[in-house]
Design a protein around this ligand. Structure first.
Ligand code: FAD
Length: 404
């Protein structure tokens, strides 16, 4: 580890949390609820993280976990329940009423609203320490009993050092904490789908009462309501493609084509307020722990947004890590922390496998291979002809398995 540079005297805190996304803020809130001191370090401003658009679909167990920790007040008031999704293929519409089949549903609550709720609760209600706009975060002595984290303070330009007992690495896919694990200690497994998605936010009301998946020979298209005024759309494209290749007219022509089906109402078009290309890839770090560093969320595992699972996994990690740190720091009970990585990874690998399976369902008909197109259509049809296949899909889609 890099040695800490000289600066003002160190400020100790039992836990330093790197990153104020859903994972880091949830861990911080759990610690503050148990009166455990911590410091959250975030490179962006509060305004930025409260507006960054990303996820929207949250699973019931995750909302239950937030509610049990006093973090779901606004969500329960404002989130919309999703009970059905619709596949469109072969020019037809196939509705999949998963709540009718299972009794379970999805919550739709935009990630910026959840982050806004979590920051307010942590900083303004529970009195948590959070430092925005920090630069050049570095981790030190992770394999000792007294690790520390240093950063450059945006106001003074000076390097500050925070000594701690534990570091929570919650700084997402592009953070520094994962890279602080020695390569010989952690295995990084990657999967690249070789597929891009043009992720769009349209200033337009939803065009359907449910999520739409268009499995079309020209490529996948998706439709997901975010609010009464804003809708997320996806279009399969070439990975690394310049989003500017996609003009307003091209986007809406492709969406109409790929989501078109007999009897489907027309799409409600609107101004495109976000347009970026996501390269579909996954990774998993094993174990998620090194010395006193515990990774959580996208810092430890990225799951392409194919199955809308990433934020759910980040929350799952955060519940286990927050509870484990509280047990260790208030009762000296290290059982949860000792089993943390294994308990997280079981759900992570299950969700990764489902994303791969779903990727073939979404993209197989556009692979340019008639054999793959044939097996993909068989897989799609089976969901609507076999109750056993429908039940298995619903369980994975909703994350309701009794055990992982
Ligand atoms: P992040 O949200 O990435 O938070 C990490 C934080 O760390 C950020 O605030 C970042 O600024 C900060 N940071 C970075 N580097 C540093 C540093 N060096 N020092 C300090 N701070 C740092 N998931 C779902 O479950 N459902 C969905 O519907 C869904 N849809 C998605 C749609 C899109 C288009 C995308 C891109 C993702 C989607 N996801 C979805 C995935 C989800 O958004 C992520 O999995 C989730 O944000 C992970 O949370 P996190 O807290 O681990 O990381």
């Amino acid at each position: 580890m890099a040695p800490a540079e000289p600066g003002p005297p160190p400020h100790p805190a039992p836990v330093v949390i790197v990153g104020a996304g859903p994972a880091g803020l949830t861990v911080g809130n759990i610690l503050r609820a148990a009166s455990v001191d911590c410091v959250v370090l975030e490179t962006e401003t509060r305004e930025f993280i409260e507006r960054r658009p990303r996820a929207g679909v949250i699973e019931e167990w995750a909302v239950r976990g937030l509610r049990q920790r006093g973090l779901a007040g606004n969500l329960l008031e404002r989130a919309v329940s999703h009970t059905t999704c619709e596949f469109r293929f072969d020019g037809q519409r196939f509705r999949f009423p998963y709540t009718e089949l299972t009794g379970a549903h999805h919550f739709v609550y935009p990630q910026p609203l959840l982050v806004t709720d979590l920051v307010r609760e942590y900083a303004d209600v529970r009195g948590g320490d959070i430092r925005f706009g920090v630069r050049d975060v570095r981790l030190h002595d992770l394999d000792s009993d007294r690790p520390s984290v240093s950063y450059v303070c945006p106001e003074t330009g000076q390097r500050r050092l925070v000594e701690c007992d534990f570091v929570a690495g919650c700084d997402g896919a592009r953070g520094v904490t994962r890279a602080s694990m020695p390569a010989e200690h952690a295995r990084l497994s990657r999967h690249d789908y070789g597929i891009g998605w043009l992720a769009l936010l349209a200033e337009a009301p939803p065009s359907s009462d449910c999520v739409l998946f268009g499995c079309h020979p020209r490529g996948f298209a998706g439709h997901m309501a975010r609010s009464p005024e804003v809708t997320r759309y996806y279009l399969q494209c070439t990975p690394g493609e310049d989003p500017e290749n996609w003009t307003h007219d091209r986007v809406w022509t492709e969406l109409r084509e790929r989501l078109g089906a007999a009897g489907a109402p027309p799409l409600t078009e609107g101004r495109l307020i976000e347009k970026r290309v996501l390269d579909m890839h996954d990774y998993v770090v094993e174990p998620m722990v090194y010395g006193r560093l515990f990774l959580a969320g996208d810092a430890a595992h990225l799951v392409a947004p194919i199955a809308a699972k990433g934020m759910n996994l980040a929350l799952h990690d955060a519940f286990l890590l927050g509870d484990g740190l509280v047990a260790q720091l208030t009762k000296g009970d290290g059982t949860t922390l000792a089993g943390y990585s294994e308990a997280c990874l079981r759900r992570v690998w299950d969700y990764q496998e489902f994303s791969q399976w779903l990727s073939e369902l979404y993209h197989g008909t556009a692979a340019g291979d008639p054999f793959r197109a044939g097996t993909t259509l068989a897989r799609l049809r089976r969901l609507f002809t076999s109750p056993a296949a429908a039940a298995a899909f619903a369980e994975q889609y909703l994350g309701t398995a009794a055990q992982y």
